[in-house]
Design a protein around this ligand. Structure first.
Ligand SMILES: Nc1nc2c(ncn2[C@@H]2O[C@H](COP(=O)(O)OP(=O)(O)O)[C@@H](O)[C@H]2O)c(=O)[nH]1
Ligand SMILES: [Mg+2]
Length: 319
């Protein structure tokens, strides 16, 4: 099933065009900081030379793309400029879009033949895990799939309450053992309950506040292993949530979490604020992890499936 296929039953979510329309709408919001920063100078120049590439490098780095990915992009463009007979600055934007889109991978399709399909959501505190889970549950639910949530972030009472509020709002069940419960036990119960009831999708919230990498790794491994006692290939998705407005910090978090567990996809949140969208390119490329969702607000519908072509178009719009 294609990525958008799972949303196919939702009348509000038309598969093919979905990534395009709302995204460009979002990108028209003046507060979004990335579009202007991608504006290329040297528009009057006809030829791509070192000065143009230096400027491009500066623009990419200052747009949170990250040094490593920026250098890759510049190298690729240099190769094309050298091999093509003549590349003018007018063509540069087209080449840039193509090269940037090529750096990012598409996520593997969600295989709902696996029942329950288990999604474990990870990330540090405050990035938007619980909110993303609420939005995601709503999408699956309105698309006609049954969903159950597991409150395995048991560090704070507020975290459990927040997920409960989302579950009530969306109208899906929640498994919780309250604050300070063993996260692995909560995850186990949730998956077991889903299996018993024939639920389609399980979404497990986890705690982001762990003192160090070893703790984090142990905790996530424990949660994963315990779920595998019920569903041997769970979790089918480990979704790392990153706050796009934190720039290089988000890259550091991606480094920590990919070292601690096998992350299969990313959700980038808070792209409605001051976030520079370039961070999406850097993280996806550097860690070779596809982006699956974008968070564009605090509301229940403020989640978009990621479409790299539409994203790159929106990012470079106006150049
Ligand atoms: N503007 C905006 N705020 C968001 C978005 N996603 C989450 N938030 C807010 O970020 C804060 C932290 O979110 P929460 O889901 O509690 O993060 P968690 O600690 O990772 O579970 C809350 O105030 C959310 O409403 C988003 O895409 N855009
Ligand atoms: Mg939370």
């Amino acid at each position: 099933m294609a990525l958008f296929g799972i949303f196919g039953k939702d009348p509000a979510a038309k598969p093919a065009a979905e990534g395009v329309a709302p995204w460009s709408k979002v990108w028209n919001v003046p507060a979004v900081g990335c579009s202007p920063s991608f504006h290329l100078r040297h528009r009057g120049k006809s030829k791509v030379d070192d000065a143009v590439l230096d400027d491009l490098e500066e623009v990419l780095v200052s747009s949170d793309v990250g040094v490593e990915t920026t250098l890759t992009i510049i190298e690729r463009i240099q190769t094309r400029v050298a091999s093509d007979k003549y590349v003018g600055t007018a063509e540069l934007n087209g080449i840039l879009r193509a090269e940037v889109a090529a750096l990012m991978k598409d996520p593997a399709p969600i295989d709902l033949a696996k029942k329950p399909y288990v999604i474990m959501v990870v990330g540090v505190n405050g990035v938007g895990k619980t909110t993303t889970i609420g939005k995601l549950a709503h999408r699956f639910h309105t698309a006609g799939h049954s969903v159950i949530l597991g409150a395995a972030d048991t560090f704070r009472a507020a975290a459990v309450d927040q997920l409960r509020i989302w579950s009530e709002r969306v109208g899906v069940p929640l498994v919780s053992q309250g604050m300070n419960a063993d996260p692995a036990a909560v995850a186990f119960d949730t998956v077991e309950s889903a299996k018993a009831k024939g639920t389609d999708i399980v979404i497990i919230d986890t705690a982001g506040r762990l003192h160090n990498k070893i703790n984090l790794m142990n905790e996530l491994t424990k949660v994963r292993n315990v779920m595998r006692k019920v569903v041997p290939d769970a979790p089918h998705e480990v979704l790392l949530v990153l706050d796009a407005s934190t720039g290089q910090n988000a890259i550091e978090q991606a480094r920590e979490f990919t070292a601690a567990t096998e992350v299969t996809a990313l959700a980038l949140t808070k792209l409605d604020g001051t976030a520079k969208g370039g961070v999406a390119i850097g993280i996806s490329h550097q860690f070779q992890i596809p982006i699956r969702y974008l968070g564009v607000g605090e509301g229940i519908n403020d989640l978009m499936p990621f479409d790299r072509t539409a994203f790159v178009e929106a990012l470079f719009k106006g150049n």
